[in-house]
Design a binder for this molecule. Structure first.
Ligand code: 3PG
Length: 215
């Protein structure tokens, strides 16, 4: 699991994607890889999620494919069976936490308050999704609520884009940021995968710049 977390950190950005048609996973994976990002979170906001996860994993084994908006144990089972390597969710569900523990699956539940973080830490989790990152108060809020929790890391998601990515990524407790701006529904519906690649390459450039500055 540490290796997986290290790879997510290396990526720096997790594109959050909802595909309506599982076949879209193929040009999507190609576009993300071309932009330099071998990772994606395919969300259960659409019924195509399990089939899309399976197709992306098969076509691009080098990609770190995760499942997002995992709200039920049934979805967890479907996602794992399709090949997802990690799960995210908007909140913390103890049944899913238990399932992930039993199946050695990395689970990053959404947290927004110190109480949320306390519950997650008590459940043995150390990498959490700070959600909704911007609406919850942005970097200042994350700093305030995370300060007491030494050793807990975060993946801020919700309202992140090329303009505020660097600010979040520069925070020491941030492993990576998630967001749908790289491959939003409209871009995918329009088949504009060139724009997905452009936005991905732009995000990768920001990650590299932040890391070079921090080195
Ligand atoms: C998610 O599902 O994690 C969020 O909806 C992503 O947030 P964003 O669309 O603001 O990037």
């Amino acid at each position: 699991m540490q290796n997986l977390i290290a790879r997510i950190h290396t990526c720096g950005v997790i594109p959050v994607v909802a595909v309506e048609d599982a076949d879209q996973a193929l040009p999507l994976g190609e576009a993300l890889l071309k932009g330099g990002l071998p990772c994606a979170e395919l969300t259960f906001r659409t019924n195509a999620a399990p089939a899309a996860i399976r197709k992306m994993c098969r076509a691009y084994p080098e990609m770190l494919v995760g499942a997002g908006t995992v709200l039920t144990v049934e979805q967890a089972e479907q996602a794992a069976e399709a090949g997802a390597r990690y799960f995210l969710a908007p909140g913390l569900d103890s049944e899913i936490v238990e399932w992930c523990r039993g199946h050695e699956m990395l689970f990053m539940p959404g947290v927004m308050t110190p109480s949320d973080i306390s519950l997650a830490v008590k459940a043995g989790l150390r990498l959490l999704k700070f959600f909704p990152a911007v609406a919850a108060g942005g970097p200042a809020a994350l700093k305030s609520i995370s300060d007491p929790f030494i050793g807990v890391d975060f993946v801020p998601t919700g309202g992140i884009h090329a303009g505020n990515l660097a600010e979040f990524l520069s925070m020491p407790m941030v492993r990576a940021c998630g967001g749908s701006w790289l491959a939003g529904r409209q871009l995918i519906a329009a088949g504009d995968f060139e724009e997905v690649t452009r936005r991905t390459a732009e995000a990768v450039g920001i990650v590299e710049k932040v890391r070079a500055g921090a080195a």
